[in-house]
Design a protein around this ligand. Structure first.
Ligand SMILES: Cc1cc2nc3c(=O)[nH]c(=O)nc-3n(C[C@H](O)[C@H](O)[C@H](O)COP(=O)(O)O)c2cc1C
Length: 446
């Protein structure tokens, strides 16, 4: 069978463009109205997307006066979407820095039951500095410590998900036996950051464990992804850097003893689609005209852990020296690398850089016809750049609708995308193996 690309819909605000929330083509619904997310999920399912994804931040942005980010808490939203859809995979972000592994293991296992096996967890360490102050801390937990914690957190969560054998729940009403305790094992984890006895207090979930997704692309982030991630989201401005990332991460996955097809790489793509290039360009300018450079400056500062860019003039070409070295940034380190690479390559003015970042925060943006978008996707997919895409419509729902109506049929005609769902679970859509269990199969005498 011909290899198919995987498509994830990244739902963010009323679209990924910084000004989307106020554009006339954006949804009229409030961002705290669940019907907004339900409608998008149902549209994406009709378009046969593998999955959808919700990001999360654990603090209110200081730019809230000028634009929203996330509104509803994603795990809660996923529960609602699980009962409003039947096939599409559902991925929520949750932090390893600011939650307890037992809570998270229960929540995601419960969601996997509620959705009948369609859940993924985007494992983040939370880069946004002000989050620390909402969880008893005073300062950002360092990049290195966040990843060290994440490693142990994951060991615990995986252990908890694996603490029940698939056949442990008997539910034998006639015989009066609900569960077989010999098929439920405690965890007894005692590590640097966590002490967790286990076992989990609910039966093994339909997928064995939810799909593990990861989106950190620094050196430490890549090492973590190579060991654990089954799907990887990444921000790449250009094909060459995306290709280098793809080759590097796949090599690391092999180095970690895993098959390359067991870690899908899905770079972000934010396509502005119109009937002609001229119309796409006009839309792009219309959106740019709605942005505010002060908001862009604040967001840039947030990416660099609060670094002050207020002294930089808007219309002078930037140099790498205008930015702190990424290795010193304790926030979104890999995104600062993406931004610096762009500055080195193109020497934009601050105004131009902010306009680029307003498009999709450092992810790849394009503006063109459906054919041009499909061509780009085919090129990246067939030339070792991507296993599929994290689709980030600049305006929602308008640019999702046109993507589904115009681009997906082109991909299908070229044999690059499914024409019907074949499996029932997110693992099946992504072509991932069932996770190993610590329990031997009962048919083999375990
Ligand atoms: C598509 C995508 C989505 C992300 N979503 C979140 C998110 O919801 N919350 C968060 O704290 N970080 C998010 N991140 C950031 C990463 O998870 C990571 O924390 C950040 O890039 C810093 O780690 P790094 O230096 O290893 O890249 C996202 C990154 C990407 C590429």
């Amino acid at each position: 069978m011909k290899r198919h690309m995987h498509l994830n819909l990244f739902i963010h605000s009323r679209g990924h463009h910084e000004a989307a929330w106020r554009h006339p083509a954006a949804s009229p619904l409030s961002l705290s109205d669940i019907r907004y997310y339900q409608a998008l999920a149902q549209q994406a399912e009709a378009g046969l997307f593998d999955s959808l994804f919700l990001a999360d931040q654990l603090a209110l942005g200081d730019d809230i006066a000028y634009g929203p980010r996330t509104a509803l808490e994603p795990i809660t939203v996923l529960a609602a979407l699980a009962v409003s859809t039947s096939r599409i995979g559902l991925i929520a972000t949750a932090s390893t820095t600011y939650t307890e592994p037992f809570n998270l293991a229960r929540q995601f296992a419960s969601l996997d039951h509620i959705s009948r096996g369609r859940i993924g967890w985007n494992i983040v360490t939370s880069w946004l500095a002000p989050a620390a102050r909402n969880y008893g801390g005073t300062a950002q937990v360092s990049h290195a410590e966040r990843y060290a914690r994440a490693e142990e957190f994951l060991t615990v969560v995986r252990g908890l998900w694996d603490s029940w054998a698939a056949d442990a729940e008997l539910d034998d009403r006639a015989g009066g036996r609900y569960a077989n305790p010999t098929r439920i094992q405690p965890l007894n984890h005692e590590g640097t950051y966590y002490r967790v006895a286990g076992p989990l207090n609910l039966p093994r979930c339909p997928q064995g464990r939810p799909v593990l997704v990861q989106a950190g692309s620094s050196d430490t982030g890549r090492a973590f992804a190579a060991r654990h991630a089954e799907a990887v989201f990444t921000a790449q401005t250009e094909k060459t850097s995306a290709q280098a990332f793809y080759a590097d991460l796949k090599a690391r996955v092999v180095g970690a003893g895993r098959g390359t097809d067991q870690a899908l790489i899905l770079p972000g793509l934010s396509p502005l689609i119109a009937a002609s290039e001229v119309e796409a360009q006009r839309l792009s300018e219309e959106l740019s005209a709605l942005t505010n450079p002060d908001v862009g400056r604040k967001r840039l500062s947030g990416r660099f852990g609060g670094h002050d860019f207020s002294h930089l003039p808007l219309d002078t070409p930037l140099a790498p020296d205008d930015f702190p070295a990424p290795s010193t940034v304790e926030a979104a380190r890999s995104r600062t690398e993406v931004i610096l690479e762009l500055v080195r390559r193109e020497q934009p003015t601050l105004r131009q850089l902010l306009a680029r970042l307003a498009g999709a925060r450092g992810h790849h943006t394009c503006a063109g016809t459906p054919e041009q978008v499909a061509d780009l996707m085919e090129e990246w997919f067939t030339e070792g750049v991507a296993d599929g895409f994290n689709i980030m419509p600049p305006v929602l729902p308008a640019m999702l609708e046109v993507f589904i109506a115009e681009v997906i049929p082109l991909l299908q005609r070229r044999g690059l995308f499914r024409t019907a769902y074949e499996g029932e679970t997110l693992r099946a859509h992504y072509g991932l193996a069932a996770p190993a269990s610590q329990f031997s199969s009962p048919t083999l005498g375990g």
